[in-house]
Design a protein around this ligand. Sequence first.
Ligand SMILES: NC(=O)c1ccc[n+]([C@@H]2O[C@H](COP(=O)([O-])OP(=O)(O)OC[C@H]3O[C@@H](n4cnc5c(N)ncnc54)[C@H](OP(=O)(O)O)[C@@H]3O)[C@@H](O)[C@H]2O)c1
Length: 337
Amino acid sequence: MRALVIGGTRFLGYHIVKRLLQEGVEVTLFNRGRTPDEFGDQIKRVRGDRKDYKKFFETFRRERFDVVIDVIGYDPEDIEVALKTFRDHVGQYIFISTGQVYLVTRDQRQPSREEDYYRPLMECPPGEEKAYEYGVKKRACEDLLEEAFRAYKFPSVRFRCPIIHGPRDYTLRLYSYLIRILDGHPLIIPEGGDSIIRHVYVQDVVNAIMNVLEVEHTRGKVYNLASEEVLRLSEFLELAARMLEKSLTLYQIPTKIMLEHGVTPEISPFSGQWVSYLDPALAMEEIKFKPTPVREWLREVVHWYIDDYQGPEPENYRQRRQEIALAEFWKRLKKLE
Ligand SMILES: NC(=O)c1ccc[n+]([C@@H]2O[C@H](COP(=O)([O-])OP(=O)(O)OC[C@H]3O[C@@H](n4cnc5c(N)ncnc54)[C@H](OP(=O)(O)O)[C@@H]3O)[C@@H](O)[C@H]2O)c1
């Protein structure tokens, strides 16, 4: 099997490529070559910027792939060009989407199911332009793929992912909590931010992709991927603390008071309105999606951060001094402990 992976060297894409190679797939990677990769001569590399649409088209127009995995489609123009380029030249086109496609709609149902996509868009909440635009653009990408399937059976499969966890996760969202648990001081989350955690493990996303390769009945379809268990953030953090053999003190403090003390809600990346909560039932039923238990993957990721991660601290950790002072203030105010 010949596969083209667009992206493929940072986090999710890296894990996809690794698995494809293990499965004996012949892999071509397309990216700008800024992120070094460790695949040596196991892969073929094509260098380029996908935003150079003319060149992208010229590079791939005469190529034929059994599967194209588009890990980094963010703009509808990316997909317009991909459709032009790969029409009649690809066995299957896999598109990585996001649960945020639901979060930009009105009257959301949670957990979201695939059909909840077809709801009118909500207005962009003030100050949330970036997150809103991300969801709206991913929808525009998905709409084009759906249309192309309807019009000429363009063979795409879309996967909607919530927050993805795994080794190499460069977003450092999970690490934002771990590093605080490790320093032994209390952890603060915004009041009302004890959100539901139903994220997804990176290897489960990879498994789902493997399960649809060359499977005809999945063409034109879209699947939510997520863990089966539903935890509160506080429970999830308790679990992480136990894995770190640390105790956890968690304060939920109104955002207004946090801000008065120079602490922003970014310190709790899993709170807030942009964390999707998806129902993976359809994928479990149709493509044998079997999510790994949270305890198993969390242990792996926690240990990766402790044993292997060598990058910088999360940016939000710069607020730690103010957080510790706020936690002291809160403890006195509430006469806690
Ligand atoms: N992380 C999450 O929690 C989460 C949740 C839901 C959905 N997703 C989705 O997961 C995908 C992102 O995965 P990832 O970042 O882990 O992917 P990845 O494929 O592992 O890494 C990004 C790749 O894109 C390449 N790249 C970036 N800009 C490029 C350009 N203009 N032209 C060509 N190559 C380019 C980078 O290499 P160079 O820099 O060398 O070009 C790198 O190989 C997105 O579709 C996102 O919406 C992520």
